[in-house]
Each structure stands twice: as structure tokens, then as C-alpha cells.
Design a protein around this ligand. Structure first.
Ligand code: FAD
Length: 418
């Protein structure tokens, strides 16, 4: 459905490669994950690694392909047809990998990033705490330093991959540093002493990806596993801001694939299913949903591409934050609408497990919540907009003056404080 004119140059072969990988994933694996029979599908990551499809953006020195974000977004759409859990595990390489590529030292890149890209080492990211995920800087996980060892204490919840990951990027506050933003530090925690993993029961969807609660009880982490080593202490806030780009772009990219998967099932159904003596797609109530879905998916692709391009060309950080947040919000809300339309077009059978639309609906509900809720996206979007808008002197036409009463200042009342 994605027309080749909308593809960035030179990524058709990549698109086909990722499409073939997505097609190769066994149907039974998805069913077993959804039924919680598989709790962590390590073989998915291993196969992606064998195909050289993990961490596409990273430097070939560490095993990446050195591709731009615009290419990764195309790959994400292809993987998104698998739902949330598998693409999330794939994306964690991109997310945790970003932190290591940008803030890690060479020894950490060799020891952690390179095997991640080969699919030999699984990573997770632990940011959200039971007390709240949106207010990241209020995190209470602490790290007590004794010589070259830090002891982590606290809890994180909803961590995808917690049940199977070999290394978990954990944010904690180093004790003894008063300023909370300067105390925040990122640790590459290896599973072991002092780390308990609890299975998260009763997820509505996104099952089988190893989502768990992590409890740290004086879990030791050596200085070698502080992201960036000694120089990395207190850089957690920078790491967080940097990681929000892959967090949110991967959500935005995958969303298009999820919407597309449900849409195509519904579009085919509408062409075959008859009612009142005609194909149901001939009824406006159905065909307009098809039209709206297509438009939302194409608009999502276009905004995703624009946000990805802004990152690739090194656009100003605030503008990148705004565009990435817009893409995450728009693509995930569009996917939610598209999957709902698909279920409506299928009628009652859409609400059963005869078609995978009900699973996609359960999965899609999450993407407006994770990697920063869409309310948090709204906060970022308007904040970054005003920062620029009010600071810039516009060179555009003064449209406000195009009104008959524009020159009556007494009518322009703003009640501004003196
Ligand atoms: C299946 C699953 C997988 C996940 N994977 C991971 C993972 O791998 N790693 C990880 O760290 N986290 C993960 N998360 C956590 C997820 O990112 C958080 O749930 C999300 O960021 C929201 O945090 P919260 O649940 O604590 O809600 P809260 O932060 O408590 O927010 C509750 C509500 O208040 C709203 N709200 C809060 N502050 C504001 C504000 N200032 N303005 C307007 N509205 C506001 C929110 O939008 C939301 O609607 C996952 C969650 C789930 C369910």
C-alpha cells in the first residue's frame, strides 16, 4: 500500500528485506506469546541479528548499517504488522543502543552494543516506576556508591524484556548529589545478585515480550557498567532526552504497520463480504472508513518521515523534540482509529479471534500510553512551539492587519498584568 514515491531513496531493498523477515515469523509464535505460553522470544532477536537487521542506524564498526532514521522508519512499518511485543524487542536494540552509542565508552560498545546488534545479547530499558512514569525526574531508585561499586535500590515496572534481557538500562539517582537532575545516572545492569524480576500478569495485549516488574535490593553495579564510566555519572538526564527520540520514533513507525495490517484485512473483507445484495465496500459507511484510514496512514508516514529527517539532519533539539512528539502522537492515534475502523468493517467477526484485528486493537491501545503518554506529547509539542514562536520575529505577512477594525487598538483587549 505504501507507494514507492513515498519511500526515501535507496531503501526499497531494505523494505523488502525487513518485509521478508516479518513474513518469516511463525504464526504460532504470535499465538503462543499472546497466550503467555512464550514469555520471552529470544529466537526472534537472534534471527534478526543473523539477518543483520538490528540497530540499523549504528556504526558498522559495532555491527550496524550506518543508515539514517528515515530508513529505520520504513523498517519499523514493516515490523509493526507483528503488533507491539516483537517490534518492541527489536526497537529496544535501537533505544538502548542509542544510549550506548551516544554516551557509552568504546569498551561498553564492544562488550554490550556489538553483541546486541548480533542478536546475542538482549536489552531492556527500565525507566517507569510504580509511583509514576510521566514525571521521570521524580524517580526514586537510588544508587549508593562504595568505591567503584554502586548499589541500586528501588523498583521499576512495566519493563518490556525484563524477564529475558541480559542487560537492563536502569536510571537511578546517585546518593550524595543534591540536584535531582545532576544525580540521575544511567546504569547498564546485568541480571544477577540483588535483582528480582516479577512477571506482570493480566496485560491487555503486548504479551510474551517479557514485561515485568524489577525490584533492586542493593544490586551491585561496577563502575565499568555506569554508562560512560566515571564521566557518565550525573549524565542520566542527557541520556533520557536522547533516548526519547528512538523511544518515540519507534512507536510512531511501528504504529503505521499495525494500522496497515488491520486496514488491509478489513479492506479485503469489505470487497468480499456482501449485505443487502452488494459488496459492503459499496456502502458509504464502509468505504469512507477505508478512505479515512488510508489518509491517516499516509499522513502518519509523511509526518514520521519529516520527524526522522529532522533528526538525521541535526535540526535544533527543541524542534526535533516537537516533531518527534507530533509523530508519536499522530501516528499512534491514527493507528487506533484505523484499527477501530477495521474492526467495525468486519462487524461481529472482528470481535473474535478468527481474525487478528482484536489482538491488534488490544496492542494498539497501548501505544498511545507508552514511551510517554500522548498527553505528555501534547505538553512537549506546545512547550517547544511557544519557545520558538514567541522568540522569533516573523517575516511573514501581517495577517492580523487584514481586518477592517485592525487599527482600533481600544478593541484589542488582553487584560495583561501591568
Ligand atoms: C505493556 C507496557 C509496556 C511498557 N514498557 C515499558 C518499558 O519497557 N520501560 C519503561 O520504563 N516503561 C514502560 N512502560 C511504562 C509506560 O511508559 C508508562 O506506563 C507511561 O509512561 C505512563 O506512566 P504511568 O503508567 O506511571 O502513568 P502516570 O505517569 O501516572 O500518568 C497517569 C495519567 O496522567 C496523565 N498525566 C500525567 N502527568 C500529566 C501532565 N503533566 N499533564 C497531563 N496529563 C498528565 C498521563 O497522561 C496519564 O493519562 C510500559 C507500560 C506498559 C503498560
Amino acid at each position: 500500500m505504501l507507494t514507492d514515491t513515498m519511500l526515501p531513496e535507496g531503501v526499497r531493498a531494505l523494505r523488502d528485506e525487513v518485509r521478508a523477515f516479518a513474513a518469516s515469523v511463525p504464526h504460532q509464535l504470535l499465538l503462543d506469546m499472546d497466550a503467555d505460553r512464550v514469555r520471552f522470544p529470544r529466537e526472534f532477536l537472534q534471527e534478526a541479528g543473523r539477518r543483520h537487521l538490528l540497530g540499523l542506524r549504528f556504526d558498522p564498526t559495532w555491527g550496524g548499517r550506518g543508515l539514517p532514521w528515515t530508513a529505520e522508519m520504513v523498517a519499523l512499518e514493516e515490523l509493526g504488522v507483528l503488533g507491539t511485543a516483537l517490534p518492541c524487542l527489536w526497537s529496544l536494540v535501537s533505544i538502548v543502543g542509542e544510549a550506548i552509542a551516544a554516551f557509552g565508552n568504546d569498551e561498553q560498545k564492544r562488550r554490550v552494543l556489538a553483541p546486541m546488534l548480533r542478536g546475542e545479547l538482549a536489552a531492556a530499558e527500565a525507566l517507569t516506576e510504580p509511583r509514576g512514569g510521566s514525571d521521570f525526574f521524580a524517580a526514586t531508585t537510588t544508587a549508593r556508591r562504595e568505591g567503584d561499586t554502586f548499589y541500586l535500590s528501588g523498583q521499576k515496572r512495566f519493563v518490556v524484556g525484563a524477564e529475558g534481557a541480559d542487560v537492563i538500562l536502569v536510571y537511578g539517582r546517585v546518593e550524595g548529589i543534591a540536584d535531582p537532575k545532576r544525580a540521575m545516572t544511567a546504569f547498564l545492569l546485568e541480571r544477577g545478585e540483588g535483582v528480582e524480576v516479577h512477571h506482570v500478569y493480566g496485560l491487555m495485549g503486548t504479551r510474551g515480550g517479557g514485561t515485568g516488574r524489577l525490584v533492586f535490593k542493593n544490586a551491585p553495579v561496577g563502575l565499568a557498567n555506569v554508562l560512560g564510566g566515571e564521566a557518565g555519572i550525573g549524565r542520566g538526564t542527557e541520556v533520557f532526552h536522547r533516548m526519547m527520540i528512538p523511544e518515540r520514533l519507534t512507536s510512531a513507525g511501528g504504529a503505521v504497520g499495525m494500522g496497515r495490517a488491520a486496514f488491509e484485512i478489513a479492506a479485503r473483507y469489505a470487497d468480499r463480504r456482501h449485505a443487502f445484495g452488494d459488496k459492503i465496500r459499496r456502502f458509504e459507511g464502509v468505504s469512507f472508513k477505508v478512505a479515512e484510514s488510508l489518509t491517516l496512514l499516509d499522513a502518519s508516514r509523511a509526518l514520521n518521515h519529516g520527524a526522522a529527517r529532522a533528526v538525521d539532519v541535526g535540526e535544533e533539539a527543541g524542534t526535533v523534540r516537537r516533531l518527534v512528539s507530533e509523530a508519536k502522537k499522530f501516528a499512534t492515534e491514527s493507528a487506533w482509529t484505523v484499527v477501530n475502523h477495521a474492526m467495525q468493517i468486519l462487524g461481529g467477526i472482528g470481535y473474535t479471534d478468527i481474525y487478528p484485528v482484536e489482538r491488534l486493537l488490544r496492542d494498539t491501545r497501548l501505544i498511545t500510553i507508552w514511551t510517554g503518554t500522548n498527553e505528555i506529547m501534547d505538553l512537549v509539542i506546545q512547550h517547544e512551539f511557544y519557545r520558538h514562536f514567541l522568540a522569533e520575529k516573523s517575516t511573514a505577512r501581517d495577517v492580523e492587519a487584514d481586518a477592517a477594525g485592525a487599527a482600533l487598538p481600544d478593541e484589542k483587549v488582553y487584560n495583561e498584568p501591568e
